[in-house]
Design a protein around this ligand. Structure first.
Ligand SMILES: [Zn+2]
Length: 432
């Protein structure tokens, strides 16, 4: 056909291995063709038929737009040519593209409407049943639910998602994707509201994905709302995510505070090779890490070995969780109402909305954090019940020991004299 019409063949673009059924797949040949047209290397595109060239509506819109802009003609073995170099041809192309765009939008809208309706009804979603639920996506799988309950309790007791992932992988617990568990995967599972029986919809993708609670789900919860909210507050605490990406070997980074400025202390390796704590804002305070860790460990062991240790678990000033839960629920209603008001009120700008939401969400985060600390009794339970406190303490993972310290103590590193030797008076330890 090319020779017949007196044209010169420049290049062939093919997507041979990709069937029409894989319309969502990337087509490298098609993409190369669009790029070549965009660079002005092409005057004319010859194809078998229009529906072979653009396998889906999205590609159709792109092809017509690119060819129209570059004034490139489309010729087909089957079907009439599309002369996008002429005004009439471009007009036809634009109408076709508009039609295709409308079809895409309608399909998207129908799809979104269907999803929103499923969400409002509290019906499950997604192609695979969630961990903890059976093939009907509603029935609880008891063995998996037990693992999940243990995981929630472990996070409250100070365990890390990475540690839980290692534990589950060692125990041969398979994930729905078949891949080994990672800390991130465990976190994604635990912070999904489905496990407290709440249906959510997701907004955004990847690390920016957030879940918005829609309402009661049609499936059974696996943990209580209090537990879920407390774990959610712990796992989404920004201070935790930055700290947990590094492998920690010392007890007090992020827990101990600088006695000069009050900033958290961080750990690093000193030029002389020893591990040190340093103020996270400046080098105005540096201390050898090992003697500080040893001192704090001994203080904890001593406190937990005393006869009155059980008093630690009964705290008269423990916040009233029922009241906190009501407060959190009220704040969530106000956040939802503010969002709804924005949709109806034309005078409200997106900046106004953001500002109003930021205030409410800040207060909600505070209430959730208080709830989290109120449910942290499990942190100490194991040690309080232990016959041999020292052995139990030493058997705990670093994360667990850090959680115990953070629950019991406030540690401040004070400035002291320079010189060799460790002065315990430069570590201020207060009971919380
Ligand atoms: Zn400082």
């Amino acid at each position: 056909m090319v020779a017949q019409r007196g044209w010169t063949h420049i290049a062939t673009f093919e997507d041979r291995s990709i069937s029409a059924a894989d319309a969502r797949k990337r087509r490298p040949g098609f993409e190369d063709l669009l790029a070549a047209i965009g660079r002005g290397e092409v005057d004319m595109v010859v194809a078998w038929a229009f529906d072979r060239l653009s396998r889906n509506r999205r590609d159709e819109v792109r092809l017509i737009e690119v060819c129209g802009a570059a004034k490139v003609n489309l010729a087909f073995v089957k079907g009439p040519d599309m002369d996008l170099a002429s005004a009439v041809g471009r007009g036809v192309g634009e109408v076709l593209a508009a039609l295709a765009r409308m079809e895409i939008e309608q399909k998207g809208e129908r799809h979104r409407a269907a999803l929103a309706q499923r969400a409002r009804k509290g019906l499950p979603w997604g192609p695979i049943p969630a961990f903890g639920y059976g093939p009907d996506r509603v029935t609880v799988v008891e063995a998996e639910a037990a693992l999940l309950r243990e995981a929630y309790a472990a996070v409250l007791a100070g365990a890390s998602c990475r540690g839980l992932a290692a534990q589950w992988n060692a125990a041969g617990v398979t994930s729905r994707t078949g891949k080994p568990w990672s800390g991130a995967a465990i976190k994604r599972v635990l912070i999904n509201p489905r496990y407290m029986g709440v249906r959510a919809t997701s907004i955004g993708t990847g690390t920016r994905r957030i879940l918005r609670e829609v309402g009661d789900a049609k499936w059974d919860k696996i943990v209580d709302e209090d537990v879920w909210r407390a774990v959610h507050a712990i796992l989404t605490d920004p201070a935790r995510t930055t700290a947990s990406t590094r492998v920690r070997v010392h007890l007090l980074p992020g827990i101990a505070r600088c006695g000069v400025c009050g900033a958290p202390m961080r750990s690093y390796t000193h030029a002389h090779g020893w591990a040190a704590y340093s103020c996270s804002t400046s080098r105005h305070l540096v201390r050898k890490a090992d003697p500080v860790d040893e001192l704090v460990s001994e203080v904890v062991i001593a406190r937990l070995s005393r006869d009155d240790v059980r008093d630690l678990l009964v705290d008269d000033e423990r916040p009233d969780t029922v009241r906190l839960r009501e407060k959190a629920a009220a704040l969530r209603v106000r956040i939802a109402k503010t969002r709804a008001a924005f949709v109806q009120d034309d005078t409200m700008t997106p900046a106004d909305l953001r500002e109003m939401l930021a205030g409410l969400q800040g207060r909600l985060a505070e209430v959730e954090a208080t709830m989290a600390s109120a449910t942290r009794a499990p942190v100490l339970a194991e040690l309080v019940a232990a016959a041999d406190v020292r052995a139990t303490w030493e058997s705990l993972s670093l994360d667990r020991r850090r959680a115990v310290i953070a629950t019991l103590l406030e540690v401040t590193i004070l400035p002291g004299r320079r010189g060799p030797g460790f002065d315990p008076n430069t570590v201020a330890i207060d009971w919380t």
